[in-house]
Design a protein around this ligand. Sequence first.
Ligand code: SF4
Ligand SMILES: [Zn+2]
Ligand SMILES: [Zn+2]
Length: 343
Amino acid sequence: MSSSPALVGLSLGAGVQSTTLLILSAEGVLPKIDFAAFADTRFEPRAVYEHLDRLEREVARPAGIEIVRVTAGDIRDDAVNPDAEHYAQMPLHIRGNNGGAFMMRRACTAHYKVRPLKAEVRRRLGYPYPAAVPAGVFAQQWIGISTDEASRARFSDVDYIRHEFPLMLLKGGGSHYVGWTRQDCQRFLESRGFGNTPKSACVTCPYSGNRRLRLLRDTCRCGHHREVHTRFNGRQDQACAHLTSRGREAEPCGCGGFDNPDWRDAVDFDAAIRHGYARAVARGSALHGEAFVHRSLVPLDQAPIDHVTRAEWKERQTTLFEPREDDERGCSPWSCRGEDDDD
Ligand code: SF4
Ligand SMILES: [Zn+2]
Ligand SMILES: [Zn+2]
């Protein structure tokens, strides 16, 4: 039985930690990976797709690393299209007709992320489903988990994939002899010009905390905040006032007016799933209650997302970096989110 992997891949969520791993591999600090796989639910914020394109162009391709995008369908269309062939539900917040509140059981991560990623590994190993992968043949799968999230690390549930968590063993982090924290990764990304790496998760992921939803609502498609458009006279149709310095020159952003299509998509989606998944409704299985993206059980465009949670206040007091709510860790297909995770 071989103990060396047939190939080494990175599970590229395209967030802070996995982006750090990709760059470290491309720079030769870590061994070169054979490929990086991004599981695309096709409903990520536009900024994530732009970040992925840039990573491909500026980091992966020059280093000879392939980024492969795998998908099991469009999570939004599967939810709102009555003719969808299948769907795998998000953990939507439900107010039952009897007044009780609960979350739907999450099936989306396994369907839209884990399955296509495993299929890609099998394909690359040469044993696509349903072929049996011989004993001893396996791929090493790197996962971006930093030391502050160590409790989320999990063994693989299949023999042909073995998980590795390179950030945990890396030297040079600020606060530990070995292991990088999320802040170490953030600092590293800033030093490489990737300080604005966005959080990757479906636009309407019901785990989204208020901070993420505020960002979605208040960030223009040019990448700058609503206030930068309204700075001079309070009107949102004003050109973006953000200036980027290029050498000695200052270059204006060039965006003509505030626009955030991700937020519109989110509000539309929230309204569309109020009575459940369209396919189920069309077949007479509407929810016995109402479904919402926000935990307040209020339509998204009215939800109290300006409320700053206790966790957010606490983190604001302890870090100079942007605070991160406990429920904003993203959706890693390979690691536990915590109590609510049952993948
Ligand atoms: S980001 Fe949220 S909605 Fe999307 S697959 Fe993960 S848990 Fe589901
Ligand atoms: Zn701008
Ligand atoms: Zn703009």
